[in-house]
Design a protein around this ligand. Structure first.
Ligand code: ADP
Length: 508
């Protein structure tokens, strides 16, 4: 497939020879109906590239390829854990070898600062493959004893088995990292995968497909279908998919659960959040201001774990909020390619309009909003915003904005802080800023969140389980739990019969 309307911005060479078709069964092919998807650079609003737009029939092809690649007797099925681990390591190495290009692709496609993608997203994606490479050789079952029967009568063992064909549907905020976070543990468990990147950011997933092939992973073990929400819906509902792993909005997560209920396919969901940071008055103020600002403004606020609600103990409320406002004003917005850029644009014009509408309604409701302006320039930029005096029931205070918008409120007691923090249907992440470690632990235990950071934020690691409570999702990714999510446990019981002692038959 050809023809893009690539602009001639510097460093566009990362697009040269980038595959733009569907990666199915180890081969590149156009969509059955020839449809294309356009990727726009949010820093300029210009078309970046066109890629294939998978139709439901392409999705069916990809799932069939994944099924065939994981069948008993297939190369992947017969492969030793050692060989599988080597392949995963090789993919991690290839990601690092192509780090500059991958970072550029995510910078152009998503708008995030190049230096953030280069220092954060790309090494993190490689680390997931390297970490997960340690698991294939360690997925042991148990030699189990029966509880209700004599151990002389039965031998029983459990064995982990790959769940089968995995549909991985990912969002646009960390394109390469999200792909790695789904693909690496699934492959470590011995599954095969159909990956659907977000329509806004398809490019790095296509290069990942190429690198996985280059690493020697057998054809069909990873398939990449680029497309939109309809493509994702077709994939989630496709017969032949054993498990759906999804990161995205709570609303789409709900529809995936409904589709999965038809045949009880497995589902892992990493959904939205409205994560609270709690700042106690004893805190190192500068550290808390830096931490709370980083919690919300990192990656344009386009993170599911964004610390979008800030609760500050009353004696230091004004000072902390003023410090965060100063930090917000100092953030340099710009094209992600510019080395001085701290914050890129939002992902799209529609998304920016949505973010701004939250701020408009907050202002209309009497809140004080600083920042939250759309500069009169190309691209979908929005300056970081801090909101005080908002009605706690207002949409900006309750709903996931998914942008650089912080809503701050004062509290007096620990009880009140915990109640405010837990007063959300979400439960993805939370943070506690204090010098008192005992208090941090006590509060941390009471927060309904899958991850609680103390005096920190956005610290994620492939070894640490990550995921949400309540409407933030089902299951955990990363760590042992993240591999288990792609395994079924089989129990095999052998009845040895009721031979009396001594009645061993003579050898023939
Ligand atoms: P966001 O609001 O962050 O764009 P979405 O939940 O809409 O998040 O999208 C996340 C991913 O889910 C994207 O890859 C998108 O194409 C896909 N998607 C959107 N709608 C559906 C759907 N109904 N079923 C399956 N996947 C979908």
């Amino acid at each position: 497939m050809s023809a893009t309307t690539d602009t001639d911005r510097p460093r566009m060479s990362c697009l040269d020879e980038l595959p733009r078709e569907l990666f199915i069964g180890g081969k590149w092919s156009p969509a059955n109906d020839g449809r294309l998807l356009t990727s726009v650079c949010p820093s300029t609003g210009e078309t970046l590239a066109t890629v294939a737009h998978a139709h439901a029939t392409d999705v069916a092809r990809a799932v069939a390829a994944a099924r065939a690649a994981g069948q008993p007797g297939s190369r992947w099925h017969r492969m030793s854990p050692a060989a599988r681990a080597r392949l995963l390591h090789r993919v991690g190495d290839l990601i690092l070898a192509h780090a500059d290009r991958l970072a550029l692709l995510d910078c152009l496609d998503n708008g995030k600062p190049l230096r953030v993608a280069r220092a954060g997203d790309v090494p993190a994606a490689a680390a997931v493959f390297h970490y997960m490479a340690g698991w294939p050789g360690r997925l042991n079952g148990e030699n189990a004893s029966l509880y209700t029967a004599s151990p002389e009568r039965h031998v029983a063992l459990t064995m982990p088995e790959p769940v089968g064909v995995v549909a991985a549907i990912i969002p646009w905020n960390f394109p390469l990292y999200m792909a790695a976070a789904k693909v690496a543990p699934a492959l470590a468990a011995g599954c095969t995968v159909v990956l659907k990147p977000a329509e806004q950011t398809p490019l790095s997933a296509l290069l990942l497909g190429q690198l996985v092939r280059e690493a020697g992973v057998p054809a069909g073990v990873l398939n990449v279908v680029t497309g939109d929400g309809d493509t994702g819906a077709a994939l989630a509902a496709q017969p032949g998919v054993d498990k759906v792993t999804f990161t995205g909005s709570t609303e789409v997560g709900r529809s995936i659960v409904q589709a999965a209920a038809a045949d009880f396919r497995r589902v892992t969901l990493e959904l939205g959040g409205k994560s609270p940071s709690i700042v106690f008055a004893d805190v190192d103020l500068a550290r808390a201001m830096d931490g709370a600002a980083h919690a919300i403004f990192y990656n344009q606020g386009e993170t599911c774990v964004a610390g979008s609600r800030l609760y500050v103990q009353r004696p230091v409320f004004d000072e902390v909020v003023a410090g965060i406002r100063e930090r917000a004003a100092a953030i340099r917005l710009g094209d992600g390619l510019d080395q001085d850029t701290d914050m890129g644009p939002l992902i799209s014009a529609e998304h920016r309009a949505r973010v701004l509408s939250y701020l408009r309604s907050a202002r209309d409701g009497g809140a004080r909003v600083t920042g939250g302006q759309a500069p009169d320039s190309p691209g979908f930029f929005c300056t970081p915003a801090v909101v005080t005096g908002a009605d706690p029931q207002a949409p900006v205070a309750r709903e996931e904005v998914f942008g650089p918008v912080l809503v701050a409120q004062a509290f007096d007691t620990v009880e009140e802080a915990v109640a405010l923090a837990n007063g959300s249907p979400y439960g993805l992440a939370a943070g506690v800023f204090t010098r008192d470690l005992g208090l941090a632990h006590q509060v941390g235990r009471r927060l309904r969140a899958g991850t609680v950071w103390v005096n920190s934020w956005h610290v994620l690691d492939p070894a640490l389980p990550f995921g949400g409570m309540r409407e933030s999702g089902w299951g955990r990714e990363m760590g042992r739990a993240g591999v288990d999510a792609f395994l079924e446990t089989k129990t095999l019981i052998n009845d040895l019969g009721t031979r009396p002692w001594g009645a061993v038959p003579a050898p023939r």
